[in-house]
Structure formats: structure tokens, C-alpha cells
Design a protein around this ligand. Sequence first.
Ligand code: C2E
Ligand code: CA
Ligand code: CA
Ligand code: CA
Length: 292
Amino acid sequence: AAKEERGMFAFFEAGMDESLRERRGLEADLRLALQRDEFELYYQPLYNLPEDRVTAFETLIRWNSPSRGRVMPGDFIPLAEQTGLIIPIGEWVLRTACAEAVKWPAHIRVAVNVSSVQFKDKRLASIVREVLERTGLAPERLELEITETILLQDSETVLTTLLDLHAMGVRVSMDDFGTGYSSLSYLRRFPFDKPKIDRSFVGDLAAPAANGDMAAGGEAPWRLTRSALLIVRAITGLGSGLGITTTAEGVETVHQFEQMRLEGCKEVQGYFIGLPRPASEIASMCSVLDAS
Ligand code: C2E
Ligand code: CA
Ligand code: CA
Ligand code: CA
């Protein structure tokens, strides 16, 4: 048994070595990616229902690594956050997105994801101000998307930054809304402009059954779809009561799209509206979507 245990331990260690080596390699590549210009921004449309047109694009980063191929943000943003690399990467994203957005029609805004690591950095508001001045983008055309984990942390700096951004005229959205512990109370305590309903709720909405019977899948799915609908309704109702726009993410079907409209949701985003695409395709996305 002792021998087997040692074998297990050796195996475990080798596994650790391997993943550590992999992580170090990823980190080394990530450090060089900025100077080698390997990042690219994709843009996904946000469709305004009352206005019946695209009114914003969300910026989503891609890493075109020569050795790894296309790397999605979920596979490198966490490491970038742990190593602090997210600070220069995030600044590049902001600068590039704002420089791109000044070329768009004036009614179209740009949404940029901001990591909690960036948000805890006291310099964030002044970086945003400098980027806006340098690119000439009107502050009202910039939306920063943050998640509520930010608010669990150093709330003194966070609140100061939020107020500074607000004073500048920059909007702040709360991403993945409804998935955290205290979403609703945060909306009340902090000056947010927009909750973005997490796509898990939108995805759990019932598909219409052919015979119109909602309970086709038995009790558990029924409870799931029913509660998803009630959560969407509660967030949208809260938003309109507060006079702010509510966005639903992850809208993939015409049914979900129509349900969001019925619930009074002001803005939708998802594969049904449009996929994230390179900047060069923005003009055609706007004309195609506005015409529909
Ligand atoms: P997120 O902010 O929640 O962004 C939405 C994600 O959902 C994107 O994945 C998008 O491609 C995907 N998506 C859009 N519509 C649909 C849909 O209809 N169905 C489904 N299933 N998915 C949809 P992506 O591009 O892989 O980004 C993942 C996450 O990485 C983002 O989640 C965001 O948290 C983070 N991220 C992306 N770009 C940046 C960035 O520049 N900076 C920071 N800090 N984080 C970023
Ligand atoms: Ca987002
Ligand atoms: Ca989200
Ligand atoms: Ca997310």
C-alpha cells in the first residue's frame, strides 16, 4: 500500500509540475502579447427595443496567439487578473474601443468590460478621463461593465471611482446581474445606470411547446422556467421603476426576444441579434439590423 501511495503522490506531483509549467508558459506568452499586438477586439450589438435599432456594441477581447491559436477571454483573463497584466491589457482595450467608437454614428455607444482588479486601482477614473480626451469620444457614449464582486471588496475606492465616472458622464452597467448574492441591494446603494440580466435567466425561459402546454417537462423544469421569468420580470420592473434601461444578455431565439419585449426590457443582446464580430463589420451590422 505504501508503494502505491508513493506512486500516487509522484503522479500527483508530476501533474502539478505540468500544470504549473503550462501556467508559466501561458503567463510568458501573455506578457509578450501586448507588445506583439496579438489582441483583437470583437464587437457584439446591443439592440434597443423601443428605438428598434442598434444603440451600442459590447467590446469582447480575443487573443490571436501564434503558438496557441485563437484564445478566448475565459482562458486568459483570470490569469491576467492574477498577475496584474489585466491593468495594461484593460487600458489597451479601453483605448482601442474608444478610438474605434468615435468613427461610429453618434447614437451608438460602446460598452467595455472592466475587471474588478482594474476597478480597485485608484487610477481608473483618471485613465478613463485621459482616454476620452485623447480619442475625443463623448463620455456619454462610453459604458463600463462591471460585476458585483467589485462591490464586495474595497468599497471606499470603488465608490469614489463610481462617483468620479458618474460625474464625468460615463455610464456603468452591472454585468451578470442576478447571479450574485446582493444584486438588488447593490443597485440601490451604488449609482449604476443599467443592470444586465445574466444570460442564465434568459436561457432558462421556457420554449413554447407546440400544443401551448408550458408544463411539458414535468415539475422541475416548470419551476425553473417560471422562476427565470419572474426574476427577469422583477429586474425589468425595478429598472423601469428607477427609470433606467435593463439589458437582457444571451437572447438566442425569436421566442426569447419576444418575451423580453413583452416584459418591457429595453435592450437585448445575444446570438439572435448578432454575434461578436471584428470592427470592420460594424457598419454592415448596423445597416442590416436597423433595416430588419
Ligand atoms: P460577458 O461580459 O458576460 O460577455 C458575454 C459573453 O457571452 C461573451 O463571451 C459573448 O460572446 C457571449 N455571448 C453573447 N451572446 C451570447 C448568446 O446568445 N449565447 C451565449 N451562450 N453566449 C453569448 P466571451 O467573448 O467569450 O467573453 C467571456 C467573458 O470574458 C465576458 O463575459 C467578460 O466577462 C470577459 N471579457 C471579455 N472581454 C473582456 C475584456 O476586454 N476585459 C475584461 N476584463 N473581461 C473581458
Ligand atoms: Ca459584459
Ligand atoms: Ca455578462
Ligand atoms: Ca459573464
